[in-house]
Write a protein that binds this ligand. Structure first.
Ligand SMILES: NC(=O)c1ccc[n+]([C@@H]2O[C@H](COP(=O)([O-])OP(=O)(O)OC[C@H]3O[C@@H](n4cnc5c(N)ncnc54)[C@H](O)[C@@H]3O)[C@@H](O)[C@H]2O)c1
Length: 445
């Protein structure tokens, strides 16, 4: 009986007859569902947000990185569809959980989305199913939270059903690396769980790397993002230090990066953003503290990175002061509000805090971001100024602002145009460096 169950799902994977489900159709889940569908697997996306589900079924793609034509073809061919009805899980062989993992106000992990999704899965779970958690979380979540919920229903994991963790490593806006060609790390509860999850991913993902356990796979993702957070924290601290020492951090990094080994450049900026780097290390720190371990690097990096919006505002105050102007009453144009370049995501973006601090300081803030039509903070809303040079609004905004602050280095900004028309620029991303600045209006952080 057991062997037969294993063979069944194995056979379904081998023949691409496997019916896949993806729970959570955001930046991670939708591209993943598209990859399985593209690999010929009949795929159903499940989300509690009916607007996303309806958009998918209407062939409207809302994730920038997904190829719109491919997406629409897959929906037309019925390889991909979406629903808010979890009972579809009865008909599925696999389900990947891609729901959010935010922090509580206390900076403790909020795994309620994972728990809610799992509660729905276990209602419809059946023999032979493969469940894979992809949401970033602390080591232990899969085995300490999901496994007991499944086994409470009378299923033995590794025998009746299969459970694994595989971190999603997608980098929105990256033109080279995407869901398909970023190697997938997989760790299952048992060897059989790992083996089946690896075979399943191989249908759609170019390279799959297995590790010994779910906790190891969970930890891999946290190492990667803690590595980024700590290195960005280090370079942000060196940026602040360089300002005191009178050296240009950007020049230093460029020169250090000429070393062909032992150095990897990281760049300073206005702070961390997005759903990963500012959040994930806190998942690890929380778990470490439970085990009586003090995660000092994580906490220090987080502190330094969190101080950057304030640093940007202080720098703005200082450079306005040099021009005999006060921040209070100054007109400030923020260029770019997304947390990184060339994407439309403003979650946790440091720009939001910078805008808030500038407003608190009495500045009159406007913003321009071709990817973001509107920003809302508390009760206030701002519409983006159009950056189309032809309509003149952008030129007027640059000319009439006492200071323009580049917070996101979108490729589509016309930096020569910005340099030509802005009165004064604070460039937090070194975006204007490649363009000549004969008027010396640029200050870098
Ligand atoms: N965005 C990234 O760049 C990125 C990269 C790697 C890993 N991750 C991780 O992947 C996970 C998902 O992130 P995301 O950026 O895709 O989030 P997202 O907010 O873009 O998407 C999550 C989706 O889950 C849905 N959802 C919430 N609760 C649900 C439930 N109970 N049942 C069904 N659907 C539910 C939401 O409606 C939303 O559509 C997080 O753990 C994140 O840390 C994100």
């Amino acid at each position: 009986m057991d062997a037969q169950v294993t063979v069944t799902i194995e056979e379904k994977i081998a023949t691409r007859q496997v019916r896949a489900g993806v729970i959570g159709l955001g930046y991670v889940g939708l591209p993943l569902a598209v990859e399985f569908a593209r690999a010929g697997v009949e795929t159903v996306g499940i989300d509690i947000d009916s607007r996303k589900v309806d958009a998918i079924n209407r062939k409207e793609c809302y994730i920038q990185d997904v190829d719109g034509k491919l997406f629409s073809d897959l929906v037309s061919q019925k390889k991909l569809r979406a629903t808010t009805d979890f009972s579809i899980i009865r008909n599925l062989d696999t389900v990947n959980i891609c729901v959010p993992t935010p922090l509580r106000k206390s900076k403790d992990p909020d795994i309620s989305y994972i728990v809610n999704a799992t509660q729905e899965i276990v209602k419809y779970l059946h023999e032979g199913m493969l469940v894979i958690l992809e949401s970033t979380t602390y080591p232990g979540t899969t085995e300490e939270v999901i496994l007991p919920m499944i086994e409470e229903k009378g299923f033995k994991v590794g025998k009746d059903v299969f459970l694994a963790f595989s971190p999603e490593r997608v980098d929105p806006g990256n033109p080279v690396y995407n869901t398909k060609n970023i190697p997938k790390v997989v760790g299952g509860v048992t060897e059989e769980c790992t083996r089946l999850a690896v075979e399943f991913y191989k249908l759609a993902i170019e390279k799959v790397h297995s590790v010994s356990s779910c906790s190891a796979a969970e930890m891999v993702k946290l190492l990667e993002n803690t590595f980024r957070s700590v290195n960005i924290g280090l370079v942000n601290e060196l940026c602040k230090m360089s300002a005191k020492l009178g050296v240009d951090i950007w020049e230093i990094i460029d020169a250090a990066a000429t070393k062909p080994f032992g150095f990897m450049p990281f760049y300073p900026g206005p702070g961390l953003g997005g759903h990963c780097i500012p959040i994930d290390p806190h998942y690890l720190a929380w778990k470490a503290r439970i085990h009586g371990f003090s995660p000092r690097f994580i906490e220090l990096a987080s502190e330094v990175n969190a101080s950057m919006p304030e640093f940007v505002v202080e720098k703005s105050r200082a450079i306005l002061n040099e021009k005999k102007k006060a921040l209070n009453g100054a007109k400030i144009l923020v260029l770019g509000v997304t947390y990184k370049a060339n994407i439309d995501d403003i979650r946790e973006s440091p720009a939001l805090e910078v805008i808030e601090l500038l407003e608190k300081g009495g500045a009159e803030v406007s913003f321009a971001d071709p990817y973001v039509p509107e920003v809302r903070l508390h009760d206030k809303a701002w519409r983006s100024i159009s950056t189309q040079a032809k309509n003149g609004a952008f030129q007027s905004a640059l000319e009439e602002s006492d200071l323009s602050i580049i917070l996101t280095n979108h490729k589509c900004f016309d930096y020569e145009f910005i340099l030509k028309h802005a009165a004064l620029i604070l460039d937090t991303r070194n975006a204007t460096r490649p363009f000549s600045d004969s008027r010396k209006i640029v200050v870098r952080i």
